[in-house]
Design a binder for this molecule. Structure first.
Ligand code: C2E
Ligand code: CA
Ligand code: CA
Length: 642
């Protein structure tokens, strides 16, 4: 192989690491070199033992052998330190060249001094000594060609000059022979050193490549487990981590599935770019500060959490997350708010495999979405039962003949001062041929899930209007509207149209809305409510006291009546309960709202409600919901009694 570059360039190219490799190789060949020099020097000294003075046959060889031994020990000690640093390697190489040159000078001087003594046979031994030590150097310093070249140059050069000076043709021929052989061997040495460097360079390049490939693989693995939009771990990572946790030490943990409430309107209304921004902000809020929680984006607006704590701590965390998500979100064009619903499933209580745990958390989420929106639900066997029946109801609803199966019950509302009938509340009833009697809440949520909320509301409203047609002119009809009804312009228009067609004066209608139906989108609700109210109909805030919003927030909406939830009627028996109810009624008074107390079940509650200043009451004690005929008969009886 041709020399590709001179030494310095090779070394520079191979870099500092190369010198470390060079010293490593050299270390193994230094001991044989000094052993060879020692034996050769001893043997030459022996040849001249009687011919030359003692300082040349004993003192000088002893000093040279001692120096050889010292160097050999020095290299041996360096070998025990293990891997040398690049700086140490560079110093060792330089030192080897300098020490080699000093040895060459000293050995040459010694041999030239000896050469003054002895005869032909001794001269031959001396020439052989020079040849052997030069060749030994070349071979043993194969990984340090610079040192080998310097030593050869000094030794062979001196020998050549000396032989020419002596003038013997045989001596000159021997010296030239040694010089030529040395030159050829040096050339071979440099060739093989060049291949050694090339091999080292390519090996290093290979290692670097391998390292790069490994880094790339790690980077790819990370990317494959990360959600590109939010930077959170993705679904794949979530399940892998869940499997890892199950395979670990069996410690209790909770799987949570989180779904945003109200994301779709933002995404559709403000555009996908802002939708993405919102998801990024939510992801940032979910990103846990502790490694005992893993948050991942499962897709769309669904996130998964692995909470490495037992149920009570997981619940605390779920509550904290719900509050955190609810905080307002500043987007570049607007500030919005969304909520979230969470389903939780605990290991090992409700499942022992990743799929079971996830399915059950998802099951709980499904329930939270339809019954506890904005909150969390923990999976339990009772919940499974409820959800199973929910699904059956949903199926029954899909095949229901609404007009025939839905009916309306009417529950009277009375004035407290004279117990006169002032209104009736229309309450939905569904008796399904497949699943039997279904509660109105389940009916409404099944209708919403089936995308038939509008048809259901209009069917019920139609039946409520039919019943109300039998009522005296001074009795109002209360009709319940859901969140979806208020959010849907078409439903509102069709309700107004039906009302108009029925001939019932709008002033006789009260639309009841729960606060939870309003808080989701207050502005959209206000528009619908104003449309309804502009006809002369009244608006009642239903189930007051069960939601989150304050009365003052709702004051911004055009209500006429507030219906205080029945749970408050049950608190009328003690003084703190009475004080609370009086405070609510005082607030309603301040806002000029009429007040109805629902759920009056005893004479005592009726008495307390009247004493607390409620103008109107409703409850089983006065009248249960029933057919319009029963309501009218009761009314007739009351009139007769009066
Ligand atoms: P709501 O609007 O608060 O209706 C009053 C509920 O309280 C009725 O239950 C009624 O039967 C019950 N109730 C009346 N007096 C008493 C009492 O003294 N004690 C007790 N414990 N309960 C009493 P119902 O009929 O099961 O209706 C439940 C809920 O379903 C209603 O609560 C209302 O939010 C909803 N709902 C009923 N009909 C409709 C409808 O046509 N449309 C919509 N969107 N929701 C409806
Ligand atoms: Ca109601
Ligand atoms: Ca109510």
């Amino acid at each position: 192989m041709k020399f590709p570059f001179p030494f310095r360039q090779w070394e520079a190219k191979a870099g500092a690491q190369f010198e470390v490799a060079q010293v490593g190789k050299l270390r193994r060949q230094i001991a044989p070199l000094y052993v060879l020099l020692t034996l050769s020097a001893a043997s030459l000294a022996f040849t001249y033992r009687t011919l030359a003075p003692v300082w040349l046959t004993l003192v000088m060889p002893a000093l040279l052998i001692a120096a050889c031994m010292t160097r050999m020990i020095g290299w041996g000690l360096m070998g025990q330190q293990g891997e040398v640093t690049p700086a140490q390697a560079r110093t060792a190489l330089r030192r080897t060249t300098v020490v080699g040159a000093m040895f060459a000078v000293t050995f040459s001087a010694w041999t030239l001094a000896l050469d003054q003594y002895g005869g032909i046979r001794e001269h031959s031994h001396l020439a052989m000594f020079v040849a052997i030590s030069v060749l030994g150097c070349v071979f043993c310093l194969g990984y340090h060609p610079r040192a080998a070249s310097v030593i050869c140059l000094i030794d062979v050069g001196t020998f050549l000059v000396h032989s020419f000076n002596r003038g013997s043709k045989v001596d000159i021929a021997i010296a030239i022979n040694v010089a030529l052989v040395t030159a050829v061997i040096l050339k071979v040495l440099r060739d093989s050193f060049a291949s050694f460097i090339t091999l080292e360079i390519s090996q290093r390049a290979l290692e670097q490549k391998r390292e790069e490939t490994q880094n790339l693989c790690e980077e790819n693995a990370l990317l494959a487990q990360t959600d590109a939009l939010t930077g959170l771990p993705n679904r794949r990572f979530f399940f892998a981590e869940l499997e890892r946790m199950l395979a670990a030490d069996g410690q209790a943990f909770t799987v949570a599935v989180l779904d945003l409430d109200g994301f779709k309107p933002v995404n559709d209304g403000f555009g996908h770019a802002l939708g993405d921004q919102l998801l990024q902000i939510i992801a940032h809020r979910l990103r846990p500060a502790t490694d005992s929680i893993v948050a991942a984006r499962l897709g769309g607006d669904e996130f998964g959490l692995l909470i490495k704590h037992e149920a009570p701590d997981a619940i605390r965390y779920a509550r904290w997350i719900c509050d955190k998500v609810k905080e307002s979100i500043p987007l570049s064009d607007a500030t919005v708010t969304v909520g979230c619903s969470l389903g939780l499933a605990s290991y090992p209580e409700v499942g022992r495999t990743a799929q079971d745990l996830f399915d059950r958390a998802d099951f709980a989420l499904y329930y939270a979405k339809s019954h506890k929106r904005g909150g969390y639900v923990i999976f339990s066997s009772e919940l499974a039962e409820i959800v199973r029946s929910d699904r059956e109801i949903e199926k029954a609803f899909q095949v229901a003949e609404l007009e025939r199966e839905l009916t309306v019950a009417f529950q009277p509302i009375f004035a407290t001062n004279d117990l006169a009938l002032v209104g009736v509340e229309a309450l939905a009833r569904w008796n399904s041929p497949h699943v039997g009697i279904v509660s109105p809440e389940q009916l409404i949520s099944a209708a919403e899930r089936a995308g038939m909320a509008r048809r259901t509301t209009l069917t019920l409203f139609g039946k409520a209007l039919e019943g109300a047609a039998w009522l005296p002119e001074n009795v109002r009809l209360n009709f319940n509207l859901s969140a979806l009804d208020v959010a849907d312009d078409v439903t509102v228009s069709l309700i107004l149209e039906r009302l108009d067609m029925s001939g019932l004066r709008p002033e006789r209608i009260v639309f009841e809305l729960t606060e939870n139906a309003l808080v989701k989108d207050l502005d959209a609700a206000r528009v619908s409510l104003e449309r309804l109210r502009n006809t002369g109909a009244k608006l009642a805030l239903d189930d007051f006291g069960t939601g989150f919003s304050s009365l003052s927030t709702l004051h911004r909406l055009p209500f006429d009546i507030v219906k205080v939830d029945r749970s408050f009627a049950a608190r009328l028996h003690d003084a703190p309960g009475r004080r609370l109810i009086a405070a609510i009624r005082g607030l309603a008074d301040a806002l000029s709202l009429q007040c109805v107390l629902e759920g009056i079940e005893t004479e005592e509650q009726l008495h307390e409600a009247t004493a607390a200043g409620f103008g109107f009451v409703q409850g089983y004690h006065l009248a249960s919901p029933g057919l319009i005929g029963d309501v009218l008969a009761a009314l007739e009886l009351a009139r007769e009694a009066a």
